[in-house]
Ligand binder design. Structure first.
Ligand SMILES: Cc1cc2nc3c(=O)[nH]c(=O)nc-3n(C[C@H](O)[C@H](O)[C@H](O)COP(=O)(O)OP(=O)(O)OC[C@H]3O[C@@H](n4cnc5c(N)ncnc54)[C@H](O)[C@@H]3O)c2cc1C
Length: 363
């Protein structure tokens, strides 16, 4: 096998995963990013990390399900190949609504039937909900149940990938790179890696919202979450709570920790979470389960999702390399599928490409 050398720019969710897959495939990778090793400047570090192809497709496009199902199949295999465990749970999602929001649930049900078909979920009555998720039974008398949907501990994933890549790659932290060009990249590779640009078989830009000046129509979509530790709560499923303004979901983490997200605000503002959003998220949490009343808030955070006009991801060919971007609310949902596609493209395995509609450019 030929060993290639790649330069990955950006070390958030997509940059980390791509670098790791390239190393797994036997190649050399240099990483250049303005982020720290933890990934604390990336959207992926803040995310709820739900992998929910069905419940996301219902409120977006059916094609979300196709990409998402591929990632759902890849995640367990990829996580198994890591040297340390990362919390991953695929117990499915329960969709619930308070009595005042029942109309939302009915709309969601109709849309599920229309987009995915009547078999895509099972309807839980008060009795079956009490069996499946007893701690929700006091507050809700029905639920939609989507099997197999998953969530993971994003911070654990970042830490493990950080350690693996720290050992396997030359990884340099730089000032934010506003614009990429052959000249800029050549000067960066000299400065940080003492390498000529020609040393690299390809450069892949994974700067998320940081690539705005190089990717037409890329925008930031603000999202806010809260993370709590709640010893009085033991929920086994991811929960989606109907809400008139946001798709709210609760993603379990180990040790009674839960992430509730996320607001969706058309704004590039990355400042701290607002009082209004904090109040809305906390009251949604308390309304879901009274045990959250004594929970401890361990994180309140905001970041911007990198989104294109159609909210779908893209592999874009540039004169100097490739851009892998536009993951919007779906970095965890689409990441493995798109990275597999990108790696196959880089390797010239054109017979294995599955998602050519997300490629923009000529080879
Ligand atoms: C609140 C919230 C909740 C979310 N929940 C989910 C979810 O449940 N499921 C899901 O699938 N997705 C979710 N997402 C979306 C997901 O986090 C993103 O789609 C994903 O992180 C995008 O990955 P990325 O690597 O492109 O960008 P990022 O993760 O933001 O990484 C970009 C990297 O590039 C670096 N960088 C940026 N600018 C520059 C520059 N100029 N020069 C050098 N380096 C730079 C950054 O420091 C960072 O390391 C959520 C996002 C948010 C904000």
């Amino acid at each position: 096998m030929v060993m290639n050398r790649y330069l990955v720019i950006g070390s958030g969710l997509i940059g980390r995963l791509l670098s790791w897959r390239l190393i797994q495939a036997g190649h050399e990778v240099d990483i250049l990013s303005s982020d720290d090793r933890l990934g604390s400047d990336s959207a992926g570090y803040v995310a709820a990390a739900m992998i929910a192809p069905s419940t996301e497709a219902i409120s977006a496009e059916p094609q979300v399900k196709v990409l998402g199902e591929r990632s759902l199949a890849l995640w367990p295999k990829w996580l198994e190949a890591l040297p340390e465990p990362v919390f991953y749970q695929a117990n499915g999602t329960l969709v619930v609504a308070h009595s005042g929001d029942k109309a939302e649930l009915q709309r969601y049900q109709r849309r599920a039937q229309h987009v995915l078909g009547a078999q895509s979920y099972s309807h839980l009555t008060a009795a079956t909900l009490a069996e499946r998720e007893p701690e929700l039974a006091d507050n809700f008398d029905e639920a939609m149940c989507f099997e197999r949907e998953a969530c993971m501990d994003n911070k654990q994933l970042f830490q493990v990938l950080g350690r693996v890549l720290g050992q396997a790659c030359d990884w340099q932290q730089c000032e934010p790179i506003a614009r990429l060009s052959e000249m800029v990249i050549a000067s960066l590779t000299q400065q940080y890696f003492s390498q000529l640009l020609e040393t690299y078989d390809a450069v892949i830009d994974c700067r998320g919202t940081g690539a705005k000046q190089d990717l037409n129509q890329l925008r930031g979509v603000r999202g806010e979450i809260i993370r709590v530790r709640a010893p009085d709560v033991s929920l086994k499923h991811a929960i989606r709570l109907m809400h008139p303004r946001y798709p709210l979901y609760l993603a379990p983490r180990p040790n009674h920790e839960y992430v509730l997200g996320a607001t969706v605000l058309e704004s590039d503002d990355r400042s701290a979470i607002s009082v209004r959003s904090g109040l809305e998220l906390m009251s949604a949490l308390y309304s879901l389960h009274k045990g959250f009343g004594e929970a401890r808030v361990i994180e309140m955070a905001a970041h911007c999702r990198p989104a294109l006009a159609n909210n779908m991801p893209i592999i874009k060919r540039q004169s100097w390399g490739y851009q892998l971007n536009g993951f919007y609310r779906h970095g965890y949902l689409f990441g493995p599928a798109m990275i597999e596609e990108c790696v196959n493209r880089l390797m010239g395995h054109t017979d294995q490409l599955q998602f050519e509609q997300y490629y923009d450019g000529e080879e």
